[in-house]
Design a protein around this ligand. Structure first.
Ligand code: NDP
Ligand code: MG
Length: 380
Protein backbone atom coordinates (compact mmCIF):
# COMPACT_ATOMS: atom_id res chain seq x y z
CA UNK A 1 0.00 0.00 0.00
CA UNK A 2 1.21 3.45 -0.91
CA UNK A 3 0.49 5.96 1.83
CA UNK A 4 -0.50 9.49 0.90
CA UNK A 5 -1.88 12.71 2.37
CA UNK A 6 -3.68 15.46 0.45
CA UNK A 7 -3.75 19.21 1.04
CA UNK A 8 -6.84 20.62 -0.67
CA UNK A 9 -8.77 17.36 -0.97
CA UNK A 10 -12.10 19.07 -1.73
CA UNK A 11 -10.84 20.98 -4.77
CA UNK A 12 -10.53 20.09 -8.43
CA UNK A 13 -7.12 18.38 -8.14
CA UNK A 14 -7.94 16.98 -4.68
CA UNK A 15 -11.14 15.24 -5.80
CA UNK A 16 -9.46 13.89 -8.94
CA UNK A 17 -6.62 12.55 -6.78
CA UNK A 18 -9.23 10.71 -4.74
CA UNK A 19 -10.75 9.34 -7.96
CA UNK A 20 -7.33 7.90 -8.81
CA UNK A 21 -7.18 6.40 -5.30
CA UNK A 22 -10.66 4.93 -5.77
CA UNK A 23 -9.75 3.31 -9.10
CA UNK A 24 -6.49 1.81 -7.85
CA UNK A 25 -6.91 -0.32 -4.79
CA UNK A 26 -3.45 0.07 -3.33
CA UNK A 27 -3.27 3.62 -2.02
CA UNK A 28 -4.05 4.44 1.58
CA UNK A 29 -5.12 7.98 2.44
CA UNK A 30 -3.72 8.90 5.84
CA UNK A 31 -4.66 12.55 6.09
CA UNK A 32 -6.77 15.17 4.32
CA UNK A 33 -6.95 18.95 4.55
CA UNK A 34 -9.49 21.37 3.09
CA UNK A 35 -10.57 24.97 3.51
CA UNK A 36 -14.22 25.16 4.47
CA UNK A 37 -16.17 22.55 2.52
CA UNK A 38 -16.87 20.30 5.50
CA UNK A 39 -19.83 18.53 3.85
CA UNK A 40 -17.59 17.10 1.16
CA UNK A 41 -14.73 16.53 3.57
CA UNK A 42 -17.04 14.50 5.82
CA UNK A 43 -17.95 12.28 2.84
CA UNK A 44 -14.29 11.85 1.98
CA UNK A 45 -13.45 10.94 5.58
CA UNK A 46 -16.22 8.31 5.57
CA UNK A 47 -15.07 6.83 2.25
CA UNK A 48 -11.28 6.94 2.66
CA UNK A 49 -10.88 6.68 6.44
CA UNK A 50 -7.94 9.02 7.12
CA UNK A 51 -6.75 9.20 10.70
CA UNK A 52 -6.27 12.97 10.55
CA UNK A 53 -8.14 15.78 8.81
CA UNK A 54 -7.83 19.55 8.91
CA UNK A 55 -9.90 22.55 7.91
CA UNK A 56 -8.90 26.20 8.04
CA UNK A 57 -11.25 27.77 10.59
CA UNK A 58 -11.58 26.36 14.11
CA UNK A 59 -15.36 26.94 13.84
CA UNK A 60 -15.57 24.56 10.87
CA UNK A 61 -13.32 22.10 12.70
CA UNK A 62 -15.77 22.04 15.62
CA UNK A 63 -18.67 21.41 13.28
CA UNK A 64 -16.77 18.66 11.47
CA UNK A 65 -15.81 17.02 14.78
CA UNK A 66 -19.46 16.61 15.63
CA UNK A 67 -20.29 15.33 12.13
CA UNK A 68 -17.70 12.56 12.40
CA UNK A 69 -18.01 11.91 16.13
CA UNK A 70 -18.71 8.24 15.39
CA UNK A 71 -15.32 7.81 13.64
CA UNK A 72 -11.77 7.49 14.86
CA UNK A 73 -10.34 10.60 13.20
CA UNK A 74 -8.59 13.60 14.67
CA UNK A 75 -9.76 17.00 13.35
CA UNK A 76 -7.44 20.01 13.44
CA UNK A 77 -7.53 23.58 12.17
CA UNK A 78 -5.34 26.47 11.02
CA UNK A 79 -1.74 26.36 9.84
CA UNK A 80 -0.96 23.84 12.57
CA UNK A 81 -3.55 21.50 11.07
CA UNK A 82 -2.14 21.89 7.55
CA UNK A 83 1.35 21.16 8.83
CA UNK A 84 0.30 18.12 10.87
CA UNK A 85 -1.45 16.71 7.80
CA UNK A 86 1.75 17.28 5.81
CA UNK A 87 4.21 15.59 8.16
CA UNK A 88 2.33 12.55 9.44
CA UNK A 89 4.86 9.84 10.25
CA UNK A 90 3.95 7.11 7.77
CA UNK A 91 3.03 9.27 4.77
CA UNK A 92 5.21 8.66 1.70
CA UNK A 93 3.76 11.26 -0.68
CA UNK A 94 2.06 14.56 0.05
CA UNK A 95 -0.21 15.81 -2.73
CA UNK A 96 -0.18 19.61 -2.58
CA UNK A 97 -3.52 20.50 -4.17
CA UNK A 98 -4.22 23.55 -2.05
CA UNK A 99 -4.46 26.86 -3.89
CA UNK A 100 -2.10 29.79 -3.29
CA UNK A 101 0.96 30.74 -1.27
CA UNK A 102 -0.61 29.30 1.86
CA UNK A 103 0.94 26.01 0.72
CA UNK A 104 4.52 27.17 1.26
CA UNK A 105 4.96 26.32 4.93
CA UNK A 106 3.26 22.92 4.86
CA UNK A 107 5.28 21.97 1.77
CA UNK A 108 8.55 22.97 3.40
CA UNK A 109 7.67 21.07 6.58
CA UNK A 110 6.75 17.96 4.56
CA UNK A 111 10.10 18.05 2.76
CA UNK A 112 11.93 18.46 6.07
CA UNK A 113 10.05 15.37 7.26
CA UNK A 114 11.27 13.47 4.17
CA UNK A 115 7.97 13.24 2.26
CA UNK A 116 7.95 13.14 -1.52
CA UNK A 117 5.81 15.91 -2.96
CA UNK A 118 3.27 15.50 -5.77
CA UNK A 119 3.09 19.18 -6.54
CA UNK A 120 0.04 20.88 -8.02
CA UNK A 121 0.32 24.02 -5.87
CA UNK A 122 2.51 26.00 -8.28
CA UNK A 123 2.28 29.27 -6.29
CA UNK A 124 4.54 27.64 -3.71
CA UNK A 125 7.37 26.97 -6.16
CA UNK A 126 7.00 30.31 -7.88
CA UNK A 127 7.50 32.21 -4.63
CA UNK A 128 9.78 29.87 -2.67
CA UNK A 129 11.44 27.66 -5.31
CA UNK A 130 14.88 28.86 -4.21
CA UNK A 131 14.19 27.46 -0.74
CA UNK A 132 12.20 24.37 -1.68
CA UNK A 133 14.36 22.85 -4.43
CA UNK A 134 17.69 22.91 -2.53
CA UNK A 135 15.92 21.60 0.57
CA UNK A 136 14.37 18.74 -1.42
CA UNK A 137 17.81 17.87 -2.76
CA UNK A 138 19.34 17.94 0.69
CA UNK A 139 16.57 15.72 2.08
CA UNK A 140 16.65 13.41 -0.94
CA UNK A 141 13.01 14.08 -1.59
CA UNK A 142 11.36 13.99 -5.05
CA UNK A 143 9.23 16.88 -6.20
CA UNK A 144 6.96 15.25 -8.76
CA UNK A 145 4.99 17.59 -11.01
CA UNK A 146 1.20 17.28 -11.20
CA UNK A 147 0.67 20.34 -13.39
CA UNK A 148 -0.06 18.79 -16.81
CA UNK A 149 2.60 20.76 -18.71
CA UNK A 150 5.28 20.01 -16.15
CA UNK A 151 4.33 16.37 -16.04
CA UNK A 152 4.66 16.35 -19.84
CA UNK A 153 8.12 17.91 -19.60
CA UNK A 154 9.07 15.47 -16.87
CA UNK A 155 7.90 12.56 -19.05
CA UNK A 156 9.74 13.96 -22.08
CA UNK A 157 12.94 14.04 -20.04
CA UNK A 158 12.79 10.32 -19.23
CA UNK A 159 15.15 8.09 -21.12
CA UNK A 160 17.32 10.93 -22.34
CA UNK A 161 20.14 10.29 -19.94
CA UNK A 162 22.01 13.30 -18.71
CA UNK A 163 21.60 15.16 -22.00
CA UNK A 164 21.17 18.88 -21.45
CA UNK A 165 17.86 20.50 -22.24
CA UNK A 166 18.20 23.09 -24.94
CA UNK A 167 14.72 24.50 -24.70
CA UNK A 168 11.44 23.80 -22.95
CA UNK A 169 8.38 24.31 -25.10
CA UNK A 170 5.60 25.06 -22.66
CA UNK A 171 2.23 24.74 -24.35
CA UNK A 172 -0.83 26.82 -23.54
CA UNK A 173 -4.42 26.63 -24.76
CA UNK A 174 -4.58 30.43 -24.92
CA UNK A 175 -7.69 30.41 -22.73
CA UNK A 176 -11.18 31.69 -23.53
CA UNK A 177 -9.98 35.07 -24.87
CA UNK A 178 -7.36 33.88 -27.32
CA UNK A 179 -7.28 36.15 -30.37
CA UNK A 180 -8.96 39.05 -28.56
CA UNK A 181 -7.44 42.52 -28.16
CA UNK A 182 -7.42 44.72 -25.03
CA UNK A 183 -10.47 46.78 -26.13
CA UNK A 184 -12.51 43.60 -26.38
CA UNK A 185 -11.60 42.62 -22.82
CA UNK A 186 -12.82 45.81 -21.13
CA UNK A 187 -16.17 44.44 -20.02
CA UNK A 188 -15.33 40.82 -19.38
CA UNK A 189 -17.54 39.45 -16.60
CA UNK A 190 -16.66 36.77 -14.06
CA UNK A 191 -18.89 34.25 -15.91
CA UNK A 192 -17.03 34.87 -19.20
CA UNK A 193 -13.61 34.39 -17.63
CA UNK A 194 -14.69 31.20 -15.87
CA UNK A 195 -15.34 29.40 -19.18
CA UNK A 196 -12.18 27.52 -20.08
CA UNK A 197 -12.28 25.89 -23.53
CA UNK A 198 -10.55 22.59 -22.61
CA UNK A 199 -10.07 22.10 -18.86
CA UNK A 200 -12.43 22.12 -15.89
CA UNK A 201 -10.48 23.51 -12.91
CA UNK A 202 -10.81 25.56 -9.72
CA UNK A 203 -11.91 29.20 -10.07
CA UNK A 204 -8.57 30.86 -9.39
CA UNK A 205 -6.59 28.88 -11.95
CA UNK A 206 -9.40 29.30 -14.50
CA UNK A 207 -9.15 33.08 -14.20
CA UNK A 208 -5.34 32.77 -14.29
CA UNK A 209 -5.60 30.82 -17.53
CA UNK A 210 -7.71 33.53 -19.12
CA UNK A 211 -5.19 36.29 -18.25
CA UNK A 212 -2.18 34.08 -19.12
CA UNK A 213 -0.99 34.60 -15.54
CA UNK A 214 -1.22 30.83 -15.20
CA UNK A 215 1.25 30.36 -18.04
CA UNK A 216 3.52 32.96 -16.45
CA UNK A 217 3.42 31.08 -13.15
CA UNK A 218 4.15 27.88 -15.07
CA UNK A 219 7.22 29.42 -16.70
CA UNK A 220 8.59 30.15 -13.22
CA UNK A 221 7.46 26.73 -11.95
CA UNK A 222 9.34 25.05 -14.82
CA UNK A 223 12.45 27.08 -14.09
CA UNK A 224 12.63 25.53 -10.60
CA UNK A 225 11.49 22.02 -11.43
CA UNK A 226 13.88 21.54 -14.32
CA UNK A 227 16.73 23.87 -13.34
CA UNK A 228 16.74 25.88 -16.59
CA UNK A 229 17.05 29.58 -17.33
CA UNK A 230 13.81 31.51 -17.76
CA UNK A 231 14.72 32.33 -21.36
CA UNK A 232 15.17 28.66 -22.21
CA UNK A 233 11.40 28.36 -21.76
CA UNK A 234 9.26 29.25 -24.74
CA UNK A 235 5.48 29.44 -24.55
CA UNK A 236 3.66 27.97 -27.54
CA UNK A 237 -0.09 28.27 -27.99
CA UNK A 238 -1.57 24.87 -28.83
CA UNK A 239 -5.31 25.54 -28.78
CA UNK A 240 -6.48 21.90 -28.70
CA UNK A 241 -4.54 21.14 -25.47
CA UNK A 242 -3.37 17.84 -26.93
CA UNK A 243 0.39 18.41 -26.75
CA UNK A 244 0.90 18.97 -23.04
CA UNK A 245 4.46 20.33 -23.48
CA UNK A 246 7.76 19.45 -25.14
CA UNK A 247 11.51 19.37 -24.63
CA UNK A 248 13.98 20.31 -27.34
CA UNK A 249 17.47 18.80 -27.09
CA UNK A 250 20.71 20.20 -28.47
CA UNK A 251 20.56 18.20 -31.66
CA UNK A 252 17.14 19.67 -32.42
CA UNK A 253 15.17 16.56 -31.44
CA UNK A 254 11.87 17.44 -29.78
CA UNK A 255 10.19 15.06 -27.33
CA UNK A 256 6.58 15.61 -26.36
CA UNK A 257 3.81 14.05 -24.34
CA UNK A 258 0.36 14.06 -25.89
CA UNK A 259 -3.01 12.98 -24.60
CA UNK A 260 -6.62 13.99 -24.06
CA UNK A 261 -6.93 16.75 -21.44
CA UNK A 262 -7.37 14.74 -18.24
CA UNK A 263 -5.61 15.72 -15.01
CA UNK A 264 -5.92 12.17 -13.69
CA UNK A 265 -3.05 11.16 -15.97
CA UNK A 266 -0.42 13.50 -14.44
CA UNK A 267 -1.83 12.87 -10.94
CA UNK A 268 -1.58 9.10 -11.34
CA UNK A 269 1.84 9.37 -12.97
CA UNK A 270 3.15 11.36 -9.99
CA UNK A 271 1.68 8.91 -7.49
CA UNK A 272 3.13 5.81 -9.14
CA UNK A 273 6.24 7.24 -10.78
CA UNK A 274 8.09 5.66 -12.54
CA UNK A 275 5.34 3.11 -13.24
CA UNK A 276 2.47 3.70 -15.63
CA UNK A 277 -0.89 2.23 -14.77
CA UNK A 278 -4.07 1.67 -16.74
CA UNK A 279 -6.21 4.78 -16.67
CA UNK A 280 -9.74 4.62 -17.97
CA UNK A 281 -11.00 7.42 -20.17
CA UNK A 282 -11.00 8.47 -23.80
CA UNK A 283 -7.89 8.07 -25.91
CA UNK A 284 -6.52 10.36 -28.58
CA UNK A 285 -7.97 9.50 -31.95
CA UNK A 286 -5.69 11.06 -34.54
CA UNK A 287 -8.08 10.26 -37.39
CA UNK A 288 -10.80 12.45 -35.91
CA UNK A 289 -8.33 14.96 -34.49
CA UNK A 290 -6.95 15.49 -38.01
CA UNK A 291 -4.87 18.57 -37.14
CA UNK A 292 -2.93 20.35 -34.45
CA UNK A 293 -2.48 24.13 -34.47
CA UNK A 294 0.24 26.34 -33.05
CA UNK A 295 0.49 30.09 -32.43
CA UNK A 296 2.78 32.60 -30.86
CA UNK A 297 1.30 34.07 -27.64
CA UNK A 298 0.07 37.67 -27.84
CA UNK A 299 2.18 39.18 -25.07
CA UNK A 300 0.90 42.70 -25.73
CA UNK A 301 -2.72 41.90 -24.97
CA UNK A 302 -1.85 39.31 -22.34
CA UNK A 303 1.09 41.24 -20.95
CA UNK A 304 0.84 39.42 -17.61
CA UNK A 305 2.91 36.80 -19.40
CA UNK A 306 5.70 39.26 -20.13
CA UNK A 307 5.50 40.54 -16.54
CA UNK A 308 5.99 36.94 -15.41
CA UNK A 309 9.07 36.58 -17.61
CA UNK A 310 10.40 39.78 -16.08
CA UNK A 311 9.68 38.56 -12.53
CA UNK A 312 11.27 35.21 -13.30
CA UNK A 313 14.37 36.76 -14.83
CA UNK A 314 14.85 39.18 -11.91
CA UNK A 315 14.09 36.51 -9.32
CA UNK A 316 14.40 37.33 -5.63
CA UNK A 317 11.15 38.57 -4.16
CA UNK A 318 9.69 39.83 -7.46
CA UNK A 319 7.97 36.52 -8.28
CA UNK A 320 6.29 36.75 -4.86
CA UNK A 321 5.02 40.22 -5.76
CA UNK A 322 3.72 38.95 -9.10
CA UNK A 323 2.00 36.02 -7.47
CA UNK A 324 0.64 37.73 -4.35
CA UNK A 325 -0.73 40.67 -6.34
CA UNK A 326 -2.45 38.24 -8.67
CA UNK A 327 -3.91 36.17 -5.82
CA UNK A 328 -5.61 39.17 -4.25
CA UNK A 329 -6.58 40.79 -7.56
CA UNK A 330 -8.25 37.55 -8.69
CA UNK A 331 -10.16 37.36 -5.40
CA UNK A 332 -11.32 40.94 -5.91
CA UNK A 333 -12.34 40.23 -9.50
CA UNK A 334 -14.28 37.12 -8.41
CA UNK A 335 -16.01 39.31 -5.79
CA UNK A 336 -16.80 41.79 -8.57
CA UNK A 337 -14.81 44.53 -6.84
CA UNK A 338 -12.50 45.26 -9.79
CA UNK A 339 -12.67 45.00 -13.56
CA UNK A 340 -11.05 42.21 -15.51
CA UNK A 341 -8.16 44.20 -16.96
CA UNK A 342 -7.32 45.58 -13.53
CA UNK A 343 -5.94 42.18 -12.54
CA UNK A 344 -2.87 42.65 -14.72
CA UNK A 345 -2.71 46.40 -14.01
CA UNK A 346 -2.52 45.65 -10.29
CA UNK A 347 0.25 43.09 -10.81
CA UNK A 348 2.26 45.59 -12.82
CA UNK A 349 1.69 48.39 -10.31
CA UNK A 350 2.88 46.23 -7.40
CA UNK A 351 5.92 45.04 -9.35
CA UNK A 352 6.93 48.61 -10.25
CA UNK A 353 6.63 49.73 -6.63
CA UNK A 354 8.72 46.87 -5.27
CA UNK A 355 12.31 47.01 -4.14
CA UNK A 356 13.60 43.56 -4.92
CA UNK A 357 15.11 41.39 -2.19
CA UNK A 358 17.63 38.82 -3.42
CA UNK A 359 17.24 35.34 -1.97
CA UNK A 360 14.40 36.18 0.41
CA UNK A 361 13.89 34.03 3.50
CA UNK A 362 10.47 32.50 4.17
CA UNK A 363 9.73 35.32 6.61
CA UNK A 364 10.69 37.92 4.00
CA UNK A 365 8.46 36.23 1.41
CA UNK A 366 5.50 36.38 3.79
CA UNK A 367 6.27 40.01 4.65
CA UNK A 368 6.42 40.92 0.96
CA UNK A 369 3.07 39.16 0.47
CA UNK A 370 1.52 41.17 3.31
CA UNK A 371 2.97 44.42 1.89
CA UNK A 372 1.48 43.69 -1.53
CA UNK A 373 -1.93 43.02 0.03
CA UNK A 374 -1.76 46.31 1.92
CA UNK A 375 -0.87 48.23 -1.21
CA UNK A 376 -3.76 46.71 -3.17
CA UNK A 377 -6.26 47.24 -0.37
CA UNK A 378 -5.31 50.92 -0.12
CA UNK A 379 -5.95 51.46 -3.83
CA UNK A 380 -9.47 52.71 -3.30
P1 NDP B 1 -9.65 24.48 -6.13
O1 NDP B 1 -10.06 25.87 -5.85
O2 NDP B 1 -10.58 23.60 -6.88
O3 NDP B 1 -9.28 23.73 -4.76
C1 NDP B 1 -8.48 24.31 -3.79
C2 NDP B 1 -8.41 23.43 -2.57
O4 NDP B 1 -7.67 24.11 -1.56
C3 NDP B 1 -9.78 23.14 -1.96
O5 NDP B 1 -9.77 21.85 -1.42
C4 NDP B 1 -9.88 24.17 -0.85
O6 NDP B 1 -10.74 23.79 0.20
C5 NDP B 1 -8.44 24.16 -0.37
N1 NDP B 1 -8.09 25.35 0.40
C6 NDP B 1 -8.19 26.64 0.02
N2 NDP B 1 -7.81 27.44 1.02
C7 NDP B 1 -7.45 26.64 2.05
C8 NDP B 1 -6.98 26.86 3.36
N3 NDP B 1 -6.81 28.10 3.84
N4 NDP B 1 -6.70 25.79 4.14
C9 NDP B 1 -6.89 24.55 3.68
N5 NDP B 1 -7.34 24.27 2.45
C10 NDP B 1 -7.61 25.31 1.65
O7 NDP B 1 -8.25 24.56 -6.86
P2 NDP B 1 -7.59 23.57 -7.91
O8 NDP B 1 -7.74 22.17 -7.47
O9 NDP B 1 -8.02 23.95 -9.27
O10 NDP B 1 -6.06 23.99 -7.81
C11 NDP B 1 -5.23 23.61 -6.73
C12 NDP B 1 -3.79 23.91 -7.09
O11 NDP B 1 -3.42 23.10 -8.19
C13 NDP B 1 -3.54 25.36 -7.53
O12 NDP B 1 -2.29 25.77 -7.12
C14 NDP B 1 -3.58 25.27 -9.06
O13 NDP B 1 -2.81 26.27 -9.66
C15 NDP B 1 -2.98 23.89 -9.27
N6 NDP B 1 -3.37 23.25 -10.52
C16 NDP B 1 -4.68 22.94 -10.77
C17 NDP B 1 -5.05 22.33 -11.95
C18 NDP B 1 -6.46 21.93 -12.20
O14 NDP B 1 -6.75 21.25 -13.22
N7 NDP B 1 -7.43 22.27 -11.35
C19 NDP B 1 -4.07 22.04 -13.00
C20 NDP B 1 -2.72 22.35 -12.63
C21 NDP B 1 -2.39 22.94 -11.44
P3 NDP B 1 -12.34 24.19 0.25
O15 NDP B 1 -12.88 23.95 -1.11
O16 NDP B 1 -12.86 23.25 1.26
O17 NDP B 1 -12.43 25.59 0.66
MG1 MG C 1 -0.94 23.67 -16.24
Amino acid sequence: MKKIAILGSTGSIGTQTLEVVRENKDIEVLALAAGSNIRLLEKQIREFGPRLAAVWEEESAKELRSLVADLDVEILSGMEGLIRVSVLEETEILVTAIVGMIGIRPTIEAIKAGKDIALANKETLVTAGHIIMPLAKEKNVSVLPVDSEHSAIFQSLRGNGENAVHKILLTASGGPFRGKKQEELLDIRVEDALKHPNWSMGQKITIDSSTMVNKGLEVMEARWLFDVEIDQIQVVIQPQSVIHSMVEYEDGAVMAQLGTPDMKLPIQYALYYPKRRYLKGSRLDFWSLARLDFEKPDMDTFYALSLAYEAGREGGSLPTVFNAANELAVKQFLNREIKYLEITEIIEDCMRAHKNIKNPTLEEILTVEAGVYERIKSRR
